[in-house]
Ligand binder design. Structure first.
Ligand SMILES: O=C(CO)COP(=O)(O)O
Length: 250
């Protein structure tokens, strides 16, 4: 039985005072929960705040991006070791907003995945198709190519210390959630593809669903056999909503 995981992706939202109330609300709400793992991925400037408030709790924290280089003249970039200094357990890699808005290729995402693991963090590697791709019937092809960027390059064993997040681009921030059956079909596809390389790794692999997850749809989504939790955007910014989603992951 795989343990479920719920991760908040704050994206570029937050201010010190607001974060304090949000983190406190999350801490209070999940304190007694033991059945799953919980984490928040916050903007870089607030890692120290997250580390201070969440240390010793059952809520881990992480970042939303990193530089694949260890250090150097890369103005504005943040190195993996810097995230480790602030206690990050997770780092989101290859989010569709990074792929789309910041032109991150599968190669760049793969380099970041490798750098995150080398530094000792667990990458949350995002895959997912656009609406046009789904409508053209190439969802599996797109997801396979994105997945293979790490699966083929680094081997299935690399996935034993990683999380995959399936986030259909058309469901992100749109209020249009993939139906549990639609999501389950892609999750099962991902697991089978990994199983073709290594059945044990596939069996243990945590595959999150992301895209308009709310308290009202989380129970049904998380009840599907290959959905191991969620990567939560908008609803992770409201403590009660995020806590309700955490409660749905049993
Ligand atoms: O992109 C997402 C999480 O990474 C999903 O965002 P929403 O939950 O706001 O749709």
């Amino acid at each position: 039985m795989r343990r479920k995981l719920v991760v908040g992706n704050w994206k570029m939202y937050g201010r010190l005072a607001r974060n304090q109330a949000l983190l406190q609300g999350v801490l209070d709400g999940v304190r007694e929960l033991r059945a799953a793992d919980y984490a928040v991925c916050v903007p870089y400037p607030y890692l120290s705040q997250a580390a201070t408030m969440l240390a010793g709790s059952n809520v881990a924290w992480g970042a939303q991006n990193l530089s694949p280089q260890e250090e150097g003249a890369f103005t504005g970039a943040v190195a993996p070791g810097m995230l480790v200094d602030f206690g990050c357990s997770y780092v989101i890699i290859g989010h569709s907003e990074r792929r789309g808005l910041f032109h991150e290729s599968n190669e760049i995402a793969a380099a970041k995945f490798e750098a995150a693991q080398k530094a000792g963090m667990k990458p949350i590697f995002c895959v997912g198709e656009t609406l046009a791709e789904r409508e053209s019937g190439i969802t599996e092809q797109v997801v396979a190519t994105q997945l293979d960027a790490v699966l083929v390059r680094f081997g299935a064993k690399a996935l034993s210390n990683a999380v995959i997040a399936y986030e259909p681009v058309w469901a992100i921030g749109t209020g249009k959630t993939a139906s549990p059956d639609q999501a389950q079909a892609v999750h099962a596809f991902i697991r089978q593809r990994v199983a073709a390389h290594d059945a044990a790794v596939a069996q243990g692999l945590c595959i999150l669903y992301g895209g308009s997850v709310k308290a009202s749809n989380a129970v049904e989504l998380f009840g599907m056999p290959d959905i191991d939790g969620g990567l939560i955007g908008g609803a992770s910014l409201v403590a009660d909503d995020f806590v309700a989603i955490c409660r749905a992951a049993q």
